[in-house]
Design a protein around this ligand. Sequence first.
Ligand code: CO
Length: 214
Amino acid sequence: MKSHERLLLENRAWAEETRQRDPGYFERLAADQRPKILWIGCSDSRVPADIIVNAEPGEIFAHRNIANQVVATDFNCLSVVQYAVQVLKVEHVIVCGHYNCGGVKASLDRQRPELSLLNKWLMHLKDIYRMHRDEVDRLESMTERTNRLVELNVIEQVRRLSHMSIIQTAWKNEQSPMLHGWVYALDDGILQQLVTLPAGSDVDVIYQEAESAI
Ligand code: CO
């Protein structure tokens, strides 16, 4: 059986089992979503948000891209954040990276000419490496350097969220959401917390909105 056919078959079995266990399940879920969590994670197939935290459908609103980046000109990510914060009013935004991330590892190497688009996406990671080059280069192995940059990347992405007017306005008006940076270890399945920014945390003045227009 082809891999996509297996998915369709598994879907039928899952829907049937779920309906048998809880006959009203899909009707309830179809009516509304009230997730308290926005998850910004890596596209890596080994880090499926819902599964690693044992969450049910309806609990986590998610955006995933290569190396879990929050880029200020990425309308895809920004739209997800705006909808999650302003409409769904999530209480927590979690940026979750993972050790041995292929995107982070690639950013420590030269650009690959055949991956012209991906090279540009990885530029943001190269910038973070450049900002912390002394610290990262002190580490001996490629694995250690990659994994430290994975952590620095998560911390930087949480900070970038706090630079967004969407977040600053929500912090002022709703005292929410709380921002979190987590990292996942592929070899034992454990999440660690790296950074937490509660509503109202300090934001560098150059990223703050001016009080009023002149
Ligand atoms: Co990754």
